[in-house]
Ligand binder design. Structure first.
Ligand code: GLU
Length: 510
């Protein structure tokens, strides 16, 4: 088999859509599995859509996601430069070669000419208004104009593009590793512009030339590029590179959660989840879009979530490390059907990855939040808090957000709990319990529980009836982690002082 050389080829037109990370991931897995090469190529030939900062953003996002680039923009390599705008001269030679061989031609049509053609075709009821086999001879190009007209236009410096000359009525076969053989009649393909009037190649020319020159073995990209594949196959043919043509794999679309249409930034914004891997600020509008990273997603969890959007291992295993994915991944197991983007699944993965960490590892997240709040805490204590909270959090920042009460005694109490559960019995038990706890020399979760049971038994009040009242006086809330463990962590003194405060502040309401 040929050396596996794959490329991720984003255009720096803004924040990198999360689907781009999935495309990069699939490429990366194939490269690693085959001891191949993962290449990053920046496709920035569309100067009108260039967004400053986007390239750096892409590079940093891949790094954060754990997708390593072996060759390409940011790391260099034998086929540099890897930024297409710096390869302008290379494409010119190839475009010229196609013209010389009769597979491409010069076109001088202005925007108005093109508009007039479309209008005319529309008024004649034509199905499509493409510049191609049926229309090219009525246009201002080197096929329709005389040689003298063409050279005088050229000499006068008239702007021109180079268009591909699509052959008439041939079956173009695209072998796709996911979709099988896709056959398209060339009459469906239009005479795409290969070289623009500013001397820049279009995506199609640059992409094919670079994939050839960079010895790409597999082109793995989104389904939106499938309609371009027949044109690319024809280009390989006319360049005489058929043997070197990469294998294609067009990945299924990422769909909205309800499966109705492609997932867009707008949908994600509306539904309140990120679309970009990291925070992205649009340099034009200044709009900040929150990223997965800053929302608290762990890169391992995001990768695990993304890999399942289109691929499945054929088993029930769900948790996969990058190493396991490298071993298990296969293009054959990528489906054709669009993948529904279910953010709750991403959250589930995040929970799984958080739970799998040791309390000591998790403590670092909490310590980071605490230092922002200027709260001092030992690593040991932070680890204990995280241990108690672990099963209840989805994101690292929640150790602090939901666990503030470990560090700050509640000053307010959840009203709905108070109105239902704070009654004479609760007050009686809590006062007795506080007195009991004060006598203890050793205090931990087990002893806290045994003492509570002793007190409730002696007062003949069910423990279950007053537990919420105790919880609310310790934490301020009606739900939270194991209460006995929480009391052990804050300690005997603090437990008593909180019960005291609650008894002083709250009056029985029932
Ligand atoms: N530059 C294209 C993009 O932005 C790459 C498509 C391809 O991989 O061929 O998605």
């Amino acid at each position: 088999m040929k050396d596996v050389r794959v490329r991720f080829a984003p255009s720096p037109t803004g924040g990198l859509h999360i689907g781009g990370i999935r495309t990069a991931l699939y490429n990366y897995l194939l490269a690693r599995q085959n001891k191949g090469t993962m290449i990053l190529r920046i496709e920035d030939t569309d100067q009108g859509r260039f967004v400053p900062g986007a390239e750096e953003y892409i590079i940093d996002s891949l790094k954060w996601a754990g997708i390593q680039i072996d060759e390409g923009q940011s790391v260099g390599g034998p086929y540099a430069p890897y930024r297409q705008s710096e390869r302008k001269e290379i494409y010119k030679v190839y475009a010229q070669q196609l013209v010389t061989d009769g597979h491409a031609y010069y076109a001088f049509d202005t925007e108005q000419d093109l508009e007039a053609m479309r209008e005319k075709l529309k008024s004649q009821g034509a199905d499509n208004q493409q510049y191609g086999i049926t229309t090219r001879m009525q246009m201002r190009n080197s096929l329709a104009l005389s040689e003298t007209e063409v050279s005088s236009l050229m000499n006068s410096g008239a702007p021109y593009v180079i268009r591909f000359k699509v052959p008439e009525n041939v079956e173009v076969k695209v072998n796709d590793l996911i979709r099988g053989e896709v056959v398209v009649n060339s009459n469906q393909v239009d005479d795409k512009v290969l070289m623009k009037s500013d001397g820049m190649p279009t995506y199609h020319l640059a992409n094919v030339v670079d994939d050839y020159l960079m010895k790409i073995s597999h082109v793995i990209r989104g389904e939106e590029w499938l309609p371009s594949a027949p044109l690319h196959v024809l280009l390989y043919k006319y360049f005489g590179w058929e043997k070197e043509m990469p294998q294609f794999a067009h990945l299924p679309l990422l769909l909205k959660p309800d499966g109705n249409g492609k997932l867009s930034k707008r949908d994600a914004d509306k539904m309140g989840f990120p679309i970009f891997p990291r925070n992205w600020t649009d340099p034009k509008t200044g709009e900040l879009s929150k990223g997965y990273k800053e929302s608290g997603y762990l890169p391992e969890a995001l990768i695990n979530f993304l890999v399942f959007l289109g691929w499945n291992p054929g088993t029930t295993q769900e948790i996969f490390s990058m190493e396991e994915l490298i071993r298990t991944f296969s293009i054959e197991r990528i489906g054709k059907a669009g993948a529904k983007f279910d953010i709750s699944k991403a959250q589930w993965f995040n929970q799984q990855y958080l739970r799998a960490k040791s309390n000591e590892e998790l403590a670092d997240y909490l310590l980071t939040s605490l230092s922002k709040e200027n709260i001092k805490c030992s690593k040991d204590m932070a680890a204990k808090v995280c241990g108690a909270m672990k099963e209840r959090v989805t994101f690292p920042q929640e150790f602090w957000e939901h666990g503030k009460f470990f560090f700050q005694a509640p000053k307010e109490f959840e009203q709905s709990v108070i109105s239902k559960k704070w009654n004479d019995d609760a007050v009686k038990v809590l006062a007795a319990y506080r007195a009991e706890v004060l006598t203890l020399t050793v205090f931990n979760a087990e002893i806290a529980k045994a003492s509570l049971e002793k007190v409730t038994a002696s007062l003949n009040i069910g423990t279950g009836k007053i537990l919420q009242a105790l919880r609310v006086s310790i934490t301020g809330q009606g739900s939270g982690p194991d209460l006995m463990l929480a009391m052990e962590i804050i300690g005997k003194e603090e437990t008593c002082s909180r019960i005291n405060y609650a008894l002083d502040t709250l009056k029985p309401t029932v």
